[in-house]
Ligand binder design. Sequence first.
Ligand code: ISJ
Length: 686
Amino acid sequence: MDDRVGSSRSGLVAFASFAFAAHPGHSVLVVPETVLGRDEAGTWVTTVRLDGVPPAMRAAEPVRRPGRVRFVDASVSAHRYREVVRAAVARIEAGEVDKVVLARDQLAVAEGDVDPRHLLGRLAAANPGCWTFCVDGLVGSTPEMLLRRTGDEVFSRVLAGTAFPGRRWPDGVPPELSDSGKDRAEHEYAVRSVLGGLEPFTGRLVAGEPTVLRLPTLVHLETDVRGVLAPDAPGLLSILDSLHPSAAVGGTPTDAALELIARLEPLERGRYAGPVGWINADGDGEFGIALRCGQLDGPQVRLFAGCGVVAESDPDTEAAEAGAKFRALSDALLAEQPEEPDEGTTMTATTHTATHFPHLVDDLARVRQLLAATVRVGDQRINEPCANLVRNNGRLFRPTLVLTSAYPFAPPGPASERVITAAAIVELLHVATLYHDDLCDSAQTRRGLPTVNALYGDTVALLCGDHLLACCVELLGGLGSDAVLLFAETLKGLCNGQFLETVDVGDLDRGEAAYFESIAGKTAKLMSSSAALGAMQAGAGPREQKVMASYGHHLGIAFQIWDDLLDLWSAVDTGKPRFGDLRNGVYTLPVIHGLRDQPELADLLLAQPLTDEHCGRILALLDEAGARESSLAAAREHVGAALGSLAELGDDLVAEVAPRLLGVARELMPEVEQLLVAVLGEDGGR
Ligand SMILES: C=C(O[C@@H]1C=C(C(=O)O)C=C[C@H]1O)C(=O)O
């Protein structure tokens, strides 16, 4: 060996990543042919020659970006995880263990293969206090150093006890964390397990005082442990063997905790939570615990996160904490996402809508600006979740409905400030309800991105929704009492629709009337009010406002029927789980129709659990009953009714306005485009 640098990281080094458990266990040790090293003193290259032949050097390929990334549930959904935590608390109360660490996973799916270098660069830049690693596709940034050996000195950084936005804001030194008996106890277990693991090999061993380690999305209690090895101490890997698994990733007592993990945790950890690091030819090296990491597999990354569970643990809080731990990697994956394609701004001048409403694209940009300015709050940590869905704002469908319902009644030119304000209000109201919906449903993703409740916890999601409702009221202040009353009626309608759906859950006697009343509130009301509010702010009279409300209402009903059909028959990935309604006991129009002709559907619908096979049989019976066609026919009727409403605008307006508004509907809603074919014939009335 010819080592002219003489640093502990130069010369022969191996990178290793060990499986968490012996069975199933697949550990990896890599001795690279070439290592490019760098520290404060300089940069060096180490090459390993096999049979005296130097490794071939290749020019590096440019780092590839993963493109758009979506997140989906893997083996353990947040819901399942809560159940696992609940079961663990019961075992702890029964005296089986004092603490057990349980993990869940999540799958990130990118457009293209994920380049580990892309992730490494982002992770290292965002987590300067951590150790960033990649060994054979296991990529992450761990804050926890299991063992560093330098000559006869050893060092370990023990973490346990966590606070995160949504549970306790890490504001200043988080007093709740350092005073919390639960976190203290959890932390004590972890420190003791590391001290116990090192004791047999050390002459001197000192644990410092617990301090607070701040990471971008979390804070932890940390204790640094330092010791001097006894002269007869074994090598680094043997000491690691005695330290792993510490209580930070296993539990206390170790064996009983491992047994409980094997019984309760429905996933394979692989190398997650195992030691990961490097070792040199003298036996010096560093091994962190593989946390805040994921396993790469082409375009997929399986993310892992675990939490220490003790007697006082609350399942919701642990689920949210796991969500916060995923963020180290999910933020790195999401960095520099390509912009969401946004039909609001990408409409080109050649499309129908932009031709007939020449100010629409610019006016939508003004709406977007107003939205961003209205939701902003002073504290960046709160700003982030509040702005989340406003930024990730899909097709701005409702604001477009406001604007295009205003133009026909206003003088030519850009929309007035009042109309822009109205457009922002309906979007804020819509987004506020999405925050609350996702919270109620424990939804983990929306539009392919993690939800605010998944990222920041339920409390933050609830408060964000409330904050946005307050923003609506603030903007309404400028529009006068008619707008305020319409807003109140709309929000009441939304709640009423949702209430009705909720009380009808699992009710096989739910009839058509109940279904239509519910969707009129939960979906159509906001679309109806958007159209009416646009017209109102542009100066239209009560009669015209009513016509526009009716147009919006019928479009909304058609839209919802279509959405309900997709839940059953969609062949394409809508981003929502298929058969979600059936599984939640929400009986929509096709099911209501089907039950009329096929009473045997009832038993299938009530099966517990409702498997994919059950759903397949339900679908077959619905098809037999012609429920799909009859529901489609109902949706078409409402598209027809929307057009019929416009006919009442009066001769001077109708000829000019009706086709334009129809064009808006068809451009914004692929659903309407499909339904129109039947209403207007194959040429779609162009
Ligand atoms: C298990 C993980 O983290 C460990 C568990 C902690 C806790 O429960 O408070 C804190 C830090 C880590 O020791 C993980 O990130 O997956």
